[in-house]
Every structure is written in C-alpha cells, then in structure tokens.
Design a binder for this molecule. Structure first.
Ligand SMILES: [Zn+2]
Length: 374
C-alpha cells in the first residue's frame, strides 16, 4: 500500500500543474484521470469550464440520495514549471516531499482510495478542480452546484498542524482604494494641490483602527503606490487592504466601514474597488461533521483528530456560505503549504483513507438532518 501510494504520488507531483498554466493543469488532469482509474476502476467525467481548466468528477450511487457526500479537491499548485526538477519528489524517513505534495496532491489520492473502498451504491461525488490557488473563478459555479446536491462536503485539503481538521476558516475581503487629488508644483504653488498621498496615509491609519484582533478581525494595509516625481504634489495614490474576519457579521461591518471612510469629504476623492471575496466558514458549519469524525476515529481504534480554526481560505469557504455542512483538512497530514519545505507524513496520511471512507459511509446511512430538521 505504501509503495503503491507513494508511486502514484510521485507521478502526480512529477506532472507539475501551476494554476497559471492551463495546459499543464490539463496534463495533470490526464495523469490524475489515469491514476484514478487505476485506483477506483472507473474513469472520471471531464467537464470543460469556461475561463479555466477542466474539472474531473467521479460520481457514484443514487443521484438524489439525501446522504450524498461531496469530496472536494484541486490539482493546481502554486509552483512554477521546473520546480520538480529543482526539488524532485523524495521519500525519506516516511516523509514525502516535492512541489504540491501536501497542497494537495496527496489529498487527491486519499479521496481516490476512499472511493475504491466504498461500495458502488454509496452516493458520493469526488470533484477535482484546477484553479483553487487563483480563487476558483472558473470552477466556483460547479463547486456550488455539486455542493447543493449533497448533504455534506468533505474537503481534502491538507490538515492543520499535527493532523488537525479545520473546523473554521476566516473570510477574506480585498480592497483597492484609489485616491484622486490635484497635482501641483511642490515648490512654486503647493497650496494649489490636493495631496493624494497624504489622504492615503490617513486611510492607512484609519483603516488600521477598524480591526478587532481579539475577535479575529484584522484590516491590514498590504500594498501602496503614490507619487509622480520628487517635486510634485501627487494627485494619485492607491492603497490595498486585506481584511480577514471570523464571522460574516464582522466581515460585512468592516466592508461598510471601509466604504464610509472613502466617503469622507476631504478634497481627495476616494473610489473603492473590491469587496468580500470569500465569506468565512464559521464553526457551526463543521460542528456535526467534526463529531462524526471523532466517533469514526474511535471506532477505527485511532485517537480523534484535533481541530483548528485557521486564517487561510479554501473552497470550503464557498460551500459554507451555501449553508451546506463542511469539514476541511481531511487530506494529507504534513505541513509547509506554499513553502519549500512542504512535506507529507505518508503513514499518517494513509490513515486518513479509512477515516474518510467511514465518514462517507456513515453519512450515506445516517444523513445529517437537513435545514428543516435543524
Ligand atoms: Zn489547497
């Protein structure tokens, strides 16, 4: 099993798939389809998506079963072509390394092996997209449609530290504040200018005060541009803000506050671009599934996995916004996503397979109560 798993993982890592290179992501899709057919005995459907790479779908069981589970993953990575030549796939002391190994090619194999173990009538869909790392613009509609058709979603992204499942993810908003003043000569007639840079600096300070880090709301100025020459009052400046919020309510109120800041009459016009990008995945979305995971782990003779609330986003945020129960971090156990030291604990990751299998089986037999039952 270990050899089979690591050989398949090597083959997926070797077929590099940076999000920006659609042809490469499609080649990785071909490889994944072949690996998936070898593991599960079935070829996937290949769905073309406009504006991005295709999606792969393995679908089993009665289409309308209330206990249908969506297993969700992505095959694109943040690593450019050539990374695998610089940092080839290796396995040493039970740790697999290589670009995209943890985020999230090993997780895709967890999903495929779970499918292989499930009886053919069990209602389950495995969906693999190719644009998660760049915001899922092309796959979003499909993800949402598949999630709505299911009673629960298990996301096969890598675990949090120590194999912890992800019970909550913050929401993310991004803004660009375009400041438009009036330029003037800084020596001859500075009083005729309206300084966009000064207004931008005020906005940096004002927006920083909108955060409430004690409850997980942060407003971070991340990028700024201003000025034309060293002796001109600048008429243009641009400020980027990154907002993270634990609750939808905080995310909305930060959004309103930022728009209010921009409306202040100061002589420099401020136009706001951007807004809420990903709603938060609040703890309530994962609670029932987390309980099931703990129970199944005990039944399997394992320690129930820990759980963590994390700052980063994934497609789990999209699903949670629909009100569909979702649990994330069920894929690889390891660490270092988007980092050169990215690694996977092969043995611990193999133990995810029976856990995911049991979750799907259990949900098919005993679906979570629907919205009307809650
Ligand atoms: Zn990922």
């Amino acid at each position: 099993m270990v050899e089979e798993f690591t050989a398949a993982l090597r083959s997926l890592v070797d077929e590099e798939s940076p999000s920006a290179d659609t042809a490469a992501v499609e080649r990785c899709g071909d490889r994944l389809a072949a690996v998936g057919e070898a593991v599960t005995g079935a070829a996937p459907e290949r769905l073309a998506l406009s504006g991005g790479p295709s999606a792969l779908v393995w679908r089993r069981g009665d289409a309308r079963a209330p206990g249908r589970v969506l297993l969700l993953g992505h095959r694109d990575t943040v690593w450019p072509l050539g990374t695998a030549a610089e940092r080839p796939f290796t396995v040493e002391d039970g740790r697999a390394r290589g670009p995209g190994v943890f985020d999230m090619k090993a997780g895709l194999l967890v999903g495929l092996h779970a499918l292989a173990r499930l009886a053919p009538h069990v209602p389950v869909t495995l969906l693999v997209t190719g644009d998660e790392e760049v915001g899922s613009a092309a796959s979003r509609e499909l993800i949402e449609a598949e999630a709505r058709a299911c009673g629960a979603v298990l996301v096969l992204e890598g675990a949090a530290e120590g194999g912890a499942l992800k019970r909550a993810r913050k929401g993310w908003s991004i803004y660009t504040l375009h400041c438009r003043g009036v330029s003037a000569h800084a020596g001859l007639e500075p009083h005729k200018g309206r300084n966009a840079l000064v207004r931008m600096a005020e906005l940096v300070a004002e927006s920083g005060r909108l955060g409430a880090p004690e409850r997980g709301l942060t407003v971070t100025p991340t990028l700024a541009r201003a000025g034309q020459t060293v002796n001109t009052v600048p008429d243009r400046a641009e400020l980027h803000l990154d907002v993270r919020a634990r609750t939808a309510a905080d995310q909305r109120s930060a959004d309103e506050s930022i728009r209010r800041l921009a409306e202040a009459p100061t002589g420099v016009e401020v136009r706001v671009e951007g807004g809420i990008n990903r709603p938060p995945m609040e703890e309530s979305a994962a609670a029932a599934l987390l309980e099931r995971a703990a129970r199944h782990a005990r039944e399997l003779g394992a320690r129930p996995p820990e759980s963590a609330a994390v700052g980063g986003i994934s497609d789990a945020n999209l699903v949670a916004a629909l009100g569909v129960p979702v649990l994330d971090g069920l894929g690889a156990v390891g660490g270092g996503p988007h980092a050169e030291h990215e690694w996977v604990d092969v043995d611990a990751t193999l133990h995810r397979i029976p856990l995911v299998t049991a979750l799907v089986d259990g949900l098919a037999a005993h679906p979570l109560p629907g919205p009307e039952g809650m």
